[in-house]
Design a protein around this ligand. Structure first.
Ligand code: LLP
Length: 418
């Protein structure tokens, strides 16, 4: 195989004992490939973030909820959050105990609460009204509340900033008296408070600042079991340009200090959780696609692939950057670099994976790899245009590939018609 560009994946030995061309041939394209070794490494990075006995990492499976990925995360000793009954269901399938699952509900129905209560998972509520609904359904039960202490939040795009004054999430501090009234009325035990300021920060300032704010409020509640500071830990998407990593050592050191001094004051060594999704799953995933067409259209060179935004929506939805690699079967060299627009096969002009990117010449039948696609990749894929959702393949610790989710079939498209 010819590695035309770049070396990011080969330096990590991403494809183990196989290679992208073999994988494309064996499992078809488009295809999500995950590397188990990298996944495990990222779990360990975060488990070591904070030096505190009762520090817990809750993986956020909204980033990637493939059953095998969840099993590996569990095997690494992480726990898990959930955002829906479906996530609770799949987490249980992966072997997590109900008490290891933290359901962070948002605008849910009574039935969804009943499902969570029946499953025996821990529940956090997101508004005064939902606390009351929960209290009615589970009087005398345990509950956590998601707070939004204002501040600025953080995130790579305005739509993924989840704290501050412009978001639907969390309970404002001024409503705490009502929270207390409802807790009392339904004899609910407040077991924890949680927050999540947004997704993808590359420096820790906003996270630390909001954790401190949260801790200030937390002092007012006695005898809690945990505080959950949320996720959002960013990864460098521009590896080909040597983007630096988030400095976990610095962030972890500062959080450790903050937590230890808070716990001394509080008088009880409660659990501290974080809730990372992207940091755990993004870098272990690459989408492989095939170049079906190369064409010029009014001075723009289009590389037409089978990676439509039904496969990977991030570039279209958030204008997100993903590095691109090129793999070639033949030994035809790319003699020039040129600016190209890499697009998919969906019937929309906005179906662009990489806009005006300078890359070595790409030919039809080349395989391209879209890097760092393990988080918010497959989970956000769809059957738009009645396209089939891709297969998922795991490069195991022994370097061998294993199919961990088959590609949709045409029959899958018809399955729910009645
Ligand atoms: N906890 C809660 C309550 C969340 O809402 C989220 C993400 C997480 C944890 C995990 O955040 P992470 O560590 O992955 O940043 N689809 C977007 C990201 C949306 C994130 C939504 N909430 C993307 O592709 O960038």
């Amino acid at each position: 195989m010819n590695y035309i560009y770049s070396e990011v994946s080969s330096k990590k030995d991403f494809f183990g004992k196989t290679d992208p061309l073999y994988l494309a041939h064996a499992y078809g394209t488009p295809q999500y490939v995950y590397n188990e070794n990298i996944l495990r490494k990222r779990c360990r990075d975060l488990k070591g973030l904070i030096d505190y006995e009762k520090f817990v990492v809750n993986y956020s499976p909204k980033a990637n909820s493939n059953l095998e990925i969840l099993k590996i995360v569990k095997d690494e000793g992480l726990r898990v959050d959930a955002m829906s009954p479906g996530e609770i269901f799949v987490n249980l399938m992966a072997g997590f105990e109900p008490r290891e699952i933290f359901y962070i509900s948002n605008n849910v129905s009574e039935d969804e609460f009943r499902y969570a209560i029946h499953a025996g998972v821990k529940v956090s509520v997101d508004s005064v009204s939902q606390l009351e609904m929960y209290g009615r359904l589970n009087p005398g039960g345990e509950v956590a509340i998601r707070l939004n202490p204002g501040g600025t939040g953080a995130g790579h795009h305005k739509n993924v900033v989840t704290a501050g004054k412009k978001t639907k999430f969390g309970i404002e501090i001024q409503f705490l008296p009502q929270v207390r009234r409802i807790l009392k009325e339904y004899q609910l035990k407040l077991i924890g408070i949680n927050q999540h300021i947004g997704s993808l920060f590359m420096t820790g300032e906003a996270y630390i600042e909001s954790a401190e704010k949260l801790l200030e409020v937390a002092r007012e509640f006695d005898d809690m079991e945990f505080i959950d500071m949320g996720g959002g830990f960013g990864i460098p998407y521009k590896k080909q340009a040597n983007e630096p990593r988030l400095d976990l050592r610095d962030l972890g050191g500062r959080l450790t200090e903050t937590i230890q001094s808070w716990v001394k004051d509080y008088g009880k060594a409660i659990e501290f959780k974080i809730e990372p999704g992207r940091y755990i799953a993004a870098e272990c995933g690459i989408v492989l696609g095939q170049v079906n067409t190369v064409k010029m259209n009014y001075d723009i060179k289009y590389i037409g692939t089978d990676i439509g935004f039904n496969v990977l929506v991030r570039p279209v939805m958030y204008n997100s950057h993903h590095d691109i690699e090129i793999y070639r079967e033949s030994d035809v060299p790319s003699l020039k670099e040129e600016e190209v627009r890499i697009v998919g096969n969906i019937c929309e002009t906005g179906d662009i994976i990489a806009k005006d990117r300078k890359l070595p010449e790409i030919f039809e039948k080349d395989i391209i790899g879209v890097l760092d696609s393990g988080a918010y990749g497959f989970v956000m894929s769809s059957n738009y245009n009645n396209r089939l959702r891709p297969a998922e393949v795991l490069i195991q610790l022994d370097g061998q590939p294993r199919l961990i989710r088959r590609r949709d079939t045409l029959e899958d498209l018809a399955r729910n018609f009645v």
